[in-house]
Write a protein that binds this ligand. Structure first.
Ligand code: UDP
Length: 239
């Protein structure tokens, strides 16, 4: 019997770092290819997949401003970095025969479509993967917040937050080896305890709009599919 996905429409948030692989910066085409294959597996189940890509493998606004740059300018650079990543992912997906549309929050129509909410939904309904790039077009925001915003806008059933960790821990696992991974947690507790899931703006946006978040490890091949099939991996953040 074919496996039934738990979600009909998802927003997958992939950080820039995830595309960099072991190098920690730039784009590793082998890693991007592996992510593309995983996305294809999910899409083939009939799940509508929208992706929000980060840009931290190339540029982060905050690091620029810490070194004296104007914050807004540095943030615009970060948003442009996400477009580079989006094109890399588009290319990898297309190599696997997946039909993709990139939509940018900052217009650059020679490169990609502008973000048009209703058009994005139509693409998804037609089985195309939509990659949202250039964040939400505004400085002082993150791509996590963008993912939460786009999830609300396109009425996604869930936001999948791909990370390097197995999920959300009760303490920082990098400094506390005794830290325990949580299977489930309320948004409020993530905010109250300041747990490292996403920034507070992104978490509250999901909370206010009842969008569950699944935090999971992207380094294990097949995990996106497992989450979509409802297997108990990662951490479920909900109400
Ligand atoms: N950014 C922004 N507005 C947005 C999204 C992103 O200004 O709506 C900038 C910000 O400077 C950020 C950079 O783009 O540091 C890259 O995004 P992010 O840090 O979220 O990428 P990730 O950590 O997921 O790789």
């Amino acid at each position: 019997m074919p496996r039934q996905p738990k979600y009909r429409r998802i927003v997958l948030k992939i950080s820039g770092e995830a595309l960099a692989g072991a190098a920690g910066f730039g784009i590793d085409p082998i890693v991007v290819d592996s992510i593309a294959r995983q996305i294809k597996d999910v899409q083939q189940l009939g799940v509508q997949v929208a992706v929000v890509v980060g840009g931290g493998n190339i540029w982060r606004g905050q690091s620029g401003s810490q070194k004296g740059m104007d914050r807004a300018t540095a943030d615009y650079m970060g948003m442009l970095a996400t477009v580079i990543n989006a094109l890399a992912l588009m290319d990898a997906l297309e190599k696997h025969g997946v039909v993709v549309r990139v939509q940018t929050a900052i217009e650059m129509k020679e490169v990609a479509e502008p973000f048009i909410r209703r058009r994005a939904i139509t693409h998804l309904e037609k089985g195309r993967v939509v990659i949202f790039a250039a964040g939400n077009g505004n400085p002082y925001f993150s791509t996590d917040t963008t993912a939460a915003l786009r999830a609300a806008e396109i009425e996604a059933d869930v936001m999948l937050k791909a990370t390097k960790e197995a999920g959300v821990y009760d303490m920082d696992p990098r400094t506390h080896p005794e830290a325990k991974k949580l299977d489930e947690i309320h948004y409020i507790d993530v905010l109250k305890e300041n747990l490292r899931v996403m920034d507070a703006t992104a978490t509250s946006l999901c909370m206010d709009n009842n969008i569950p978040i699944v935090v999971f490890n992207l380094n294990t091949y097949g995990n996106i599919l497992k989450v979509v099939l409802g297997e108990p991996i990662g951490t479920y953040v909900g109400g």
